[in-house]
Design a protein around this ligand. Sequence first.
Ligand SMILES: Cc1cc2nc3c(=O)[nH]c(=O)nc-3n(C[C@H](O)[C@H](O)[C@H](O)COP(=O)(O)OP(=O)(O)OC[C@H]3O[C@@H](n4cnc5c(N)ncnc54)[C@H](O)[C@@H]3O)c2cc1C
Length: 420
Amino acid sequence: MSCKVAVIGGGASGLFAANIIADSGIFVDLFEKNSDVGKKILATGNGHCNIFNKSISVEHYAGRGVSEFVKTIFNAFGFKKFSKLCSDMGLLLDIKDDGRIYPLSYESKSVVSMFENAINSKKCVNIITDTSINKIEKLKRGFVLFDDKNKKIGFYDKVLIATGTSTAFHINGQSNGFKLAESLGHRINTPYPSLVPLECSDIRVCRRMEGVKIFSCVELYVDGSKKESICGDVLFTKYGLSGFAVLDISQKASFYLSKNRSVELIVNLLPKMDKQRFYNHIDRFKQKYKNTDILTVLLGFLPKKISKTLLYILKTDSDLSASDISKKTLKSLADLIFGWKFEITSTHGFRYAEVSGGGVDVSDIDAKTMESKIIKGLYFSGEILDIVGKRGGYNLAFAFASGYLAAKGITGQLEGAVLR
Ligand SMILES: Cc1cc2nc3c(=O)[nH]c(=O)nc-3n(C[C@H](O)[C@H](O)[C@H](O)COP(=O)(O)OP(=O)(O)OC[C@H]3O[C@@H](n4cnc5c(N)ncnc54)[C@H](O)[C@@H]3O)c2cc1C
């Protein structure tokens, strides 16, 4: 096949796809606007790179039309295939008990190095850095690409757009992928940050507890009805709430905020206790240490900054003695401890988000090949699509799986097992 392919974006998806395309001997130009490829990969998993997950299902993803799309993709490309391809590249993996996969080196650098090494060993891939593709012109047959100075870059039979999004733009810079997709007739569903800290209306309260991390159960309420509940660490910050439980719940919270809906989190700070045990504990404590102050009582089961903030909200002196705690104060304390309501005003923004929800509408993409249904020869993969994963390696898994299918679509090697 005498064909030339352009891959736009040297991130997880573009690098993976370029390597597979090159296996067929097809010439690939891979364009990366930064001076190095794989910059975002380096930041993943706190530098350890949670690269995949052993158990993947539709429930791990969100997006318009997610269900069939994700099912089709992961029916065709799962962990077995991924680990075989990594092993072929010399990249060995480790599986955690909970199914998260990491490189055996636990260094994201090794992922980028092994991808680059595999690509460079094939003579038909040209990695072109410091080149931002700003325009794609569709010809009757093929495409012409232009850079950001409107300079013609070249002619390509097929083009893969794997530009990611503008999340964490301090790492990668801004992506213009949505603009490219739109200029070729694709619909973009409103992007929103995901896996992102949340800001709350009463920042004075959160600020008092800044830096405190506590295992809690968090419930998400949208316009007063419960949508999700997740247990895990909550971290109080000077602007609101973060920590794994909040990041996990942030996808839905952010989606509804982007639709101007009212979003609240109800935080249970002591999920391992219940109100009755709490009352019994205080009663026993009061009998034994009646002169001890209320702050000390709370320190028996809550961090100091949280205890002080609770008393501040209830306008209660921290030196009030245990025996003087009224029933009303005790009930107000219990209500807050087991169901503290935080009104969420916004997310902390794209800069602090790990991924973006929204993006190129997948109903215009063939999930078997990742080819555009609007323009033949045009392909999409990775985060630019309106598919967003949960924490746990699901976003990189999607970037690799969709990149793999795009590569197979481009090279025409569709596999029989792709779809039921
Ligand atoms: C801090 C952080 C930690 C994360 N940790 C994890 C994790 O542990 N596990 C996980 O599964 N996911 C993680 N993610 C998410 C994951 O990194 C992304 O979902 C994934 O990198 C998306 O891959 P991609 O190839 O689609 O996009 P990207 O990796 O963003 O790559 C796109 C590339 O395209 C380039 N580009 C953009 N526009 C152009 C253009 N016009 N011309 C040329 N080049 C262009 C960009 O510079 C970039 O290099 C994390 C994200 C962040 C920010």
